[in-house]
Design a protein around this ligand. Structure first.
Ligand code: GLC
Length: 621
């Protein structure tokens, strides 16, 4: 424990200076959709620089910047063609340096998104690798011969029967050298071969360069996909890659692959692979050792179990500081995958998030998120975007999330209570994942209207609709034609309407963020779920030293849910700390009458969510 430790009761190994991020809040900027400074309809670095006051006012500590590197933009920048430069669409390297400097001047950090499971097919490494079978970089990617006995390039001749997360096979044939290359995502995103030590060293060198430029860490894209399951060395001197079983059940851990009839379930071969921990420990040693403390490494880890998360984030192992796990954002995926949309209940959400709270209570750390650039808007998915509920629902969800143990992430626009866009036509969509799915699903014979409905609910374009800054025709986002239609509610749900309003979603987020900063119990306290079986109330207790916090959120559409308060009796004289409903106070400690109103079904809920602390709170603040 250092003398400067502001939280003396925290375990000695979690001194605030090193894991400052436990009391921090991260804000994700998706640059394409944040703010456009040059009128081309696409957000850019100039736009971010213009809106730093918004972030500072909100009170966030870290900006996670989705990729701004050079890219053909097939996957909006998650297909990087040059790790060392900024794409002209977004601006210049100088502007990025300016952003780093300005964030630092405002006491905020910048975490760069970094995609190293794959590059763009337009990356110079891939161009070299593709050029000949004996090019020195040939083995930097996964090149394999067509399946013997099949016409090269024809369906079925792929080296393995793995499917891509973005529809179709995970292999693309290149007739220049007569071999296939592997891509877990789009054909334009070939997977790097992390088995090759030269690849790893090139990635680490690039990461060191960015740290030298002053960035404060990385959000590592699909980082648990870097190690593939490999078989013995084959006749061609390369390790073999195994086939999976066709027609099996999809792997419930990752609903990415949707066609398990034509393709094997790929996750088993690519997620949390045999060498992933070894690679991450090596990366940690090679990139972060001997640097001043305070850098942040967040790993996006689809299909990561609680047990694996402990391994990834146990500080003594030197891998990642925290993970993005996917369990709760897969709750509404059915047996046929992501687009097979299921209803989910609030109980399922509680059970899932509660399991993660318990699983990482002793060792490890979690990212707290309900939305990001890959997910639909959280208020439409986990709450209610009905006009009469949207704002309260957004606030209630924010309270629940921000008061959990873990590091909360605010996805741009969520602080305004932004809902899904209400897409009704295919022409409104831009995302490669959605467009590929539509084409393949309809070709398979699925009803186009059903496919579109699923895309409207879950498609990634929902999150990518431009930010609504004000009620002007371009929503303050652009003076040109936006690359994706503006939000239909931008005239009323926008930043200008909310920043000064003490009752707005924005102000509620501000209060939650400020509470995490001021109250060590929020960052470091233990978590205990209360009313665990209640179908409408999300209720839990945090405890740290002699401070206890109670969080009660009504996530149903019924305004007058009265819980069985026997579990909460001790809180009857609690002092309200934050309430999203002005003037709300703790409910009387009575038992709920049988058949009390309220829906137990997920898609419409959320009106009332006070947060109280006990009156006998120590005067720590
Ligand atoms: C991650 C990104 C997503 C991208 C994919 C492939 O999941 O968050 O946007 O499409 O990786 O890079």
């Amino acid at each position: 424990m250092s003398p400067a430790d502001p939280h003396p009761d925290v375990r000695p190994d979690s001194v605030a200076r090193r894991d400052w991020w436990k009391s921090a809040v991260v804000y994700q900027v998706y640059p394409r959709s944040f703010a456009d400074s040059d009128g081309d309809g696409v957000g850019d670095l100039g736009g971010i620089l213009d809106h730093l006051d918004h972030l500072e006012l909100l009170g966030v500590d870290v900006v996670w910047l989705s990729p701004v590197y050079r890219s053909p933009m097939v996957d909006n920048g998650y297909d990087i063609s040059d790790y060392h430069d900024v794409d002209p669409l977004f601006g210049t390297l100088e502007q990025l340096e300016e952003l780093i400097a300005q964030l630092h001047a405002r006491d905020m950090k910048l975490v760069m998104d970094l995609v190293v499971n794959h590059t763009s097919s337009a990356h110079a490494w891939f161009a070299e690798s593709r050029s000949s079978t004996d090019n020195p970089k040939r083995d930097w990617y996964w090149w394999r011969s067509p399946r013997p006995g099949h016409e090269p390039g024809s369906p079925g001749s792929e080296p393995t029967n793995w499917g891509s997360a973005f529809s179709g096979p995970a292999w693309t044939y290149d007739d220049h050298t007569g071999e296939y290359y592997l891509h877990v995502f789009a054909p334009d995103q070939p997977d790097l071969n992390w088995e090759n030590p030269e690849v790893r060293q090139a990635v680490y060198a690039m990461m060191r360069d960015w740290l030298d430029r002053g960035v404060d860490g990385f959000r590592m894209d699909v980082i648990n996909v870097i190690s593939k399951v490999v078989g013995p060395v084959g006749d061609d001197g390369r390790v073999t890659l195994p086939d999976g079983v066709l027609g099996g059940e999809r792997d419930p851990r990752w609903p990415g692959v949707v066609d398990t009839v034509s393709f094997a379930d790929t996750p088993a071969f690519v997620l949390n692979g045999p060498r992933v921990h070894e690679f991450l420990q090596e990366m940690h040693r090679e990139v972060f050792t001997d640097r001043p403390p305070g850098l942040l490494i967040v790993g996006e880890t689809p299909g990561c179990s609680v047990g694996e998360a402990v391994l990834y984030t146990d500080p003594s192992r030197g891998e990642l500081d925290m993970v993005f796990q996917f369990e709760h954002v897969d709750l509404d995926s059915g047996p046929k995958g992501k687009w097979d949309v299921l209803r989910m209940t609030m109980l399922q959400l509680k059970q899932s998030l509660g399991r993660w709270q318990d699983g990482l209570a002793e060792v490890g750390w979690n990212s707290l998120y309900l939305g990001n650039h890959d997910q639909p808007r959280c208020v439409s998915r986990f709450g209610s975007d009905a006009p009469e509920h949207r704002e309260q629902s957004a606030k209630a969800l924010a309270t629940v999330l921000h008061m959990h143990r873990g590091t909360p992430y605010v996805y741009q626009g969520d602080e305004l209570g932004t809902s899904n866009a209400g897409f009704t036509r295919l022409e409104q969509l831009r995302d490669v994942e959605s467009l590929n799915h539509y084409a393949t699903a309809v070709a398979r014979g699925e009803d186009p209207a059903d496919v579109l409905r699923a895309l409207a609910y879950k498609g990634r374009d929902n999150a990518r609709v431009p930010m609504s800054w004000d009620a002007s025709p371009g929503a303050g986002f652009t003076t040109g034609t936006p690359w994706l239609d503006l939000h239909p509610l931008s005239g009323s749900v926008n930043a200008a309407a909310q920043v000064e309003d003490p009752n707005s979603a924005f102000s509620h987020y501000r209060r939650l963020i400020a509470l995490r900063h001021a109250e060590p119990c929020v960052a470091h306290g233990t978590f205990r779920m209360l009313l665990a079986d209640h179908e409408q109330l999300y209720c839990f207790e945090r405890s740290f030293g002699d401070t206890r916090l109670l969080v009660v959120a009504n996530l149903s559409s019924a305004a007058d849910v009265v819980p069985d308060l026997s579990e909460l009796a001790a809180w009857s004289s609690a002092e309200p700390l934050i309430a999203s409903v002005p003037g709300s106070s703790p409910p009387p400690p009575t038992r709920s009458p049988p058949g009390s109103p309220g829906s137990s079904v997920w898609p419409d809920r959320a009106v009332w969510e006070p947060l109280w602390a006990p009156s006998a709170r120590p005067s720590r603040r």
